[in-house]
Design a protein around this ligand. Structure first.
Ligand code: 3HC
Ligand code: NAI
Length: 650
């Protein structure tokens, strides 16, 4: 199949680009489009050109796979300029998404029309770069600086309807896009053409505007959004050519940055993870109805996630009162969505109408999948699975959401153990993207495939985890916290460690995060292990819990809190309680603190890999990014440590 085909009728040439899967602007596509402009300009029959794409989408951007290689002409900015300078006006006819370089090609066209439901955007900052083919220069000239800042600095695409409102598009069409775009082109030819985008004026903005934009865009250690703002400001204050030169130089510099390498790594990891090679050709079992056992923190979130994906849900609780509480917990999730404008009241009612709350296990008889999320106690869980064995179909997938128990012990007496699997959601389960999928040696491949298919349906990022205490994420979390405590013991200030991790890009440091979640959960677990005869050394956190410092909920943990304020304050009592365990105060550079803690995470990750608990380092990175707030632009602990080692060696 040629990359580009053209068909001319009534003076309108329809050019169709076909470069699966997403019509990325590979070298061949750039050259093909360049040649097409020349050819159609020379064709006396052609009066205007409609550019469409075959397949699922318009051009999704530059070809990310070419980013590691030296750029080859024709360069994208030149191609955009060539399209803009064409004698025959081009009309970009967008379906799916016009992203990055795809939207920049559209900026070079004289008109941009999109099918209802399409989206346009400049997501380059998500790849650690900035638009490199006039996105920062032409967008403000097309739609004003505010619209350009919104699009470029956030990296978030907008819908066609919003794009029309913002001035990014000339029309939103419905029906047959090519036919409608052809009609649009014929009509457009009847009136004088608008100026090329590059020739349009742009109004500069105030210092206060730029200061606010920087405040909104800033993320520690993530330079692309701020560099994009620099280019947008230059574009609004300097001549076109100068702004283009600044954009190009910034683009090329960032393309080779550590941040861009990290974000590319995450980009490809996220696309590979949902389709593990081991499951190629394995059909998942169909899931049309789900059961959830336990309507507490996790069960309610899981039920809400299932409902949001359209699955009817049966919720089982211990007694009538607990059923009512569980239903109220689920409803609270949807009420929150209504409050944020994400759901209507009617939608909320519809979601809740799809939940059956009951104490009667017989109601699970037609469920294809049941997820258990009851108390983290082996006896309680085993009793639940005995009920499931008695009432569920033998081919229904039965899953546990346990955090730390051995799934094999939970399913020990379960008939048809091939249908059993661990599905470890993260709190809040309707929001957090990570889903650790924990098969046992008995789990059937199609049951594993069903878990991956469910993740896709719920919009989750699935990662297979082997069986060990804490699976992948919580095991690394434990090591990370232990390392942070070791730093405290060595004399580094608690607040310095938290500040270092925030500076690295996490939302919270290890100690403030524990204060938010509560220190008692991990404490109780350690106490449980001690009671079972395991040797678990007394941690600094244990000392605090024994002094009733369980975190924010008790007015203090690693820090003190005043009522109604979540701001952590350094605690003299903590200093006193830990005095005997802490060496003399010492200074440590924040960067060094962060490197040591991330290094510890990576070391645990390596142990996890060596034991076959994770399939690869990229999967571990995804766990940390989607379950624990590790900054995407650092690529995850495994990527970060590998890069740091490579840089040290170089
Ligand atoms: N380059 C190369 N391959 C790409 C790509 C790109 N820009 N975008 C997607 N792909 C590949 C994916 O890796 C995947 O390949 P695989 O099947 O071999 O794993 C395949 O296309 C399908 O991707 P998705 O699974 O993401 O497909 P969806 O249908 O779910 O989503 C999409 C489609 C919305 C277009 C999504 O792929 C996407 O957001 N892509 C990235 C868009 C982007 O970031 N563009 C900017 C690039 S940078 C740029 O343009 C610089 C310029 O300013 C100079
Ligand atoms: P929770 O205490 O909030 O909820 C547990 C619910 O189970 C309660 O509503 C209780 O009434 C119900 N329940 C108890 N016994 C039952 C029975 N026999 N039959 C039916 N319902 C019963 O607990 P949470 O936090 O939701 O945890 C549930 C499970 O999820 C645990 O295994 C936990 O380890 C795991 N988990 C918890 C996470 C968290 O952050 N809270 C994260 C990931 C997993």
């Amino acid at each position: 199949m040629p990359l580009l085909t053209v068909k001319t009728e009534g003076g309108i040439a329809v050019v169709t680009l076909d470069n699966p899967p997403v019509n990325a602007l590979s070298h061949g596509v750039r050259q093909g489009l360049w040649d097409m402009v020349e050819r159609l300009d020379a064709d006396p029959e052609v009066r205007a050109v409609v550019l469409t794409c075959a397949g699922r989408t318009f051009i999704a951007g530059a070809d990310v796979r070419e980013f590691g290689k030296p750029p080859e002409p024709p360069h994208l900015p030149d191609l955009v300029a060539r399209i803009e300078a064409a004698e025959k006006p081009w009309v970009a006819a967008i379906h799916g998404s016009a992203l990055g370089g795809g939207f920049e090609i559209a900026l070079g066209c004289r008109f941009r029309v999109a099918l209802e439901g399409a989206s346009v955007g400049l997501p380059e900052v998500n790849l650690g770069i900035i638009p490199g083919a006039s996105g920062t220069v032409r967008t403000p000239r097309l739609a004003g600086v505010e619209a350009a800042v919104q699009l470029v600095a956030s990296g978030k695409p907008v819908t066609a309807a919003k794009g029309l409102e913002m001035g990014l598009l000339d029309a939103v069409l419905s029906g047959d896009l090519t036919a409608e775009a052809t009609v649009f082109a014929c009509t457009a030819l009847k009136t004088p053409l608008p100026a090329a985008v590059s020739a349009r004026p742009v109004a500069p903005m105030s210092d206060a505007f730029w200061a606010e934009a920087r405040k909104v865009a800033a993320k520690p250690g993530h330079q692309a959004p701020l560099r994009a703002l620099d280019c947008l400001r230059a574009a609004s204050e300097r001549p076109f050519e100068e702004a283009m030169a600044q954009e190009r130089a910034t683009f090329l510099e960032l393309r080779g940055s550590e941040e861009a390498a990290a974000l590319r790594h995450v980009f490809f990891a996220e696309r590979a993870a949902p389709r593990p090679a081991a499951l190629a050709g394995v059909e998942p079992r169909p899931v049309a109805k789900a059961g959830v056992i336990g309507g507490g923190t996790m069960g309610a979130g899981i039920a809400a996630a299932c409902r949001a994906a359209g699955l009817p849900v049966v919720l089982i609780e211990r007694d009538g009162e607990a059923v009512a509480r569980g239903l109220a917990n689920i409803d609270r999730v949807f009420a929150g969505a209504v409050k944020r404008g994400k759901l209507t009241e009617a939608g909320r009612a519809e979601k809740m109408a799809g939940v059956t709350g009951t104490t009667d296990y017989a109601q699970l008889a037609d469920c294809d999948l049941v997820i258990e999320a009851v108390f983290e106690e082996i006896g309680v869980k085993r009793a639940v699975f005995a009920q499931l064995a008695a009432h569920c179909r033998p081919d229904a997938v039965l899953a546990t959401n346990t955090s730390y128990l051995d799934p094999r012990a939970i399913a020990e007496e379960l008939p048809h153990p091939e249908r059993f699997i661990g599905l470890h959601f993260f709190s809040p389960a309707h929001i957090m993207k990570l889903l650790e999928i924990v098969p046992t040696s008995d789990t059937a491949p199609e049951v594993l495939a069903t878990a991956f298919a469910l993740a896709k349906r719920l919009g989750k990022m699935p990662v297979r985890a082997g069986i060990c205490e804490g699976f992948i994420g919580n095991r690394i979390l434990r090591r990370y916290r232990a390392e942070a405590e070791a730093l405290v013991a060595s004399g580094v200030a608690i607040a310095e460690i938290d500040a270092a991790m925030r500076g690295f890009g996490l939302k919270m440091g290890p100690f403030e995060a524990q204060d938010l979640g509560g220190l008692d959960i991990a404490f109780l677990q350690r106490e449980g292990a001690r009671a079972a005869g395991q040797e678990v050394p007394e941690t600094l956190g244990d000392i605090l819990v024994r002094a009733s410092r369980k975190g924010q909920k008790t007015g203090g943990g690693w820090y003190d809190y005043v009522e109604g304020d979540r701001k952590p304050r350094v605690s003299p009592q903590v200093a006193e309680l830990l005095a005997g365990r802490i060496a003399a105060a010492r200074e440590m550079a924040r960067e060094e603190i962060a490197e040591q803690l991330v290094g510890a995470m990576a070391a645990e990750g390596q142990a996890i890999l060596d034991e076959g608990i994770a399939d690869g380092p990229a999967e571990i990175d995804l766990v940390e990014i989607h379950g624990y707030g590790f900054p995407r632009w650092k690529g995850g602990p495994m990527h970060h440590a590998a890069r740091a080692a490579a840089l040290r060696a170089a």
